[in-house]
Write a protein that binds this ligand. Structure first.
Ligand SMILES: NC(=O)c1ccc[n+]([C@@H]2O[C@H](COP(=O)([O-])OP(=O)(O)OC[C@H]3O[C@@H](n4cnc5c(N)ncnc54)[C@H](O)[C@@H]3O)[C@@H](O)[C@H]2O)c1
Length: 323
């Protein structure tokens, strides 16, 4: 099958391209920029700004399936600092991509939504009940990125209803793994902590954003990719969670990574740093029922693979600085 993956130069998109190509698809990879880590995972590479109508049309041309993962996004520090830009860019990308898919009558359309669509009032304590898909309304996302994701979910559903576009919508919950952003300000908690710990000396210290008692669940990228494909192959057209239901505090996450590193590290806290909602977990009842999917890679295993990769990148970055 001929498929297009947008955001293919990014973290999940590049893993997805590699998976689709290894499963025999012809893959067009589209992104506005490319990272340094991976190559040779697509049949065609298109460097293109999907905020432009014609770029989206060109991206979709001749393909049967669209996986739209392109987004202006980053960790909580980033998405709370550039609100208008995040909303504007993502609305433009998503409207252009849906319209291009409709015009070119693609067979199926995947949209990567987020746990950020869930309302703040359901996430106010660390011991939160897991979020079910129908908790999304009445809507009150914690940040503008989440409001845009919710708007685009609705737009996808309206394209399905009004134009017969065959849509699949996943709500990703904190996906992590090797080959993701780990420095520069857009990285998320697991990658940021891996980098801080990799860069710290034995008996050194790291700073954790917030008081460390905020909770999240984390899903390894290979499980996420398997979830995307299972959803794409299914006939389920409503939003569904792709994540983990193992709730940990950010402190526990840091402790796990410190243990993997084999170092002795002192944890300090920065209560003034952005930390997002107080607690967030994924309810997997629906995804288990409609897709028979659940994560398989343990946090210990996933974090070990991630830490080792980020540690290598930090060593490489340091040796480049010394040259
Ligand atoms: N990683 C997560 O935990 C997570 C959680 C929820 C939702 N998501 C969603 O999954 C998708 C992929 O996330 P990711 O973690 O791989 O992010 P990422 O930032 O690594 O990848 C997104 C890619 O989109 C590209 N992009 C941005 N603007 C573009 C434009 N105008 N034209 C073309 N490409 C553009 C970026 O260059 C980047 O390579 C995004 O839609 C994101 O919102 C991710």
């Amino acid at each position: 099958m001929k498929v297009v993956v947008t955001g293919a130069g990014g973290f999940i998109g590049s893993h997805l391209c590699r998976y689709l190509k290894s499963h025999g698809h012809w893959v067009r990879a589209v992104d506005i920029k490319w990272n340094n880590y991976i190559s040779g995972y697509a049949d065609e590479y298109l460097t293109s700004d999907l905020r432009r109508v014609n770029s989206a049309l060109q991206a979709v041309k001749g393909t049967e399936r669209v996986y739209n993962l392109a987004a202006n996004m980053g960790g909580i520090g980033y998405i709370t600092s550039v609100k208008a830009e995040v909303m504007r860019d993502n609305v433009l990308i998503n409207v252009n991509m849906l319209e291009a898919a409709r015009k070119q009558k693609v067979e199926r359309y995947f949209y990567s939504s987020s746990a950020c669509i869930y309302p703040t009032y359901k996430q106010e304590s660390p011991e939160v009940p897991p979020l079910r898909e129908d908790d999304a309304y009445p809507a009150d996302p914690d940040n503008e990125y989440g409001w845009e994701k919710l708007f685009t979910e609705r737009l996808c559903l309206n394209y399905a209803e009004d134009f017969g576009l065959n849509v699949r919508i996943a709500r990703f919950h904190n996906i992590y793994g090797p080959e993701g952003t780990y420095k520069g300000g857009r990285e998320k908690a697991p990658a940021a902590l891996c980098r801080k710990i990799a860069e710290a000396s034995d008996l050194g210290k790291i700073v954790i954003w917030g008081d460390g008692k905020q909770t999240r669940s984390f899903c390894y990228v290979d499980d996420c990719i398997r979830g995307i494909e299972t959803l794409m192959e299914s006939d389920y057209g409503q939003p569904v969670n792709i994540g983990s239901d193992r709730l940990v505090t950010i402190d526990e996450l840091a402790d796990m990574i410190i243990k993997i590193s084999g170092k002795n590290i002192v944890k300090k806290y920065d209560p003034t740093a952005p930390q997002g909602v107080r607690g967030r977990n994924a309810d997997l009842s629906l995804v288990r029922k409609v897709l028979g999917w659940e994560p398989q890679v343990s946090m210990e295993e996933g974090l070990t693979r991630t830490y080792k990769w980020i540690e290598m990148q930090c060593l490489h970055d340091n040796s480049k600085k010394e040259e």
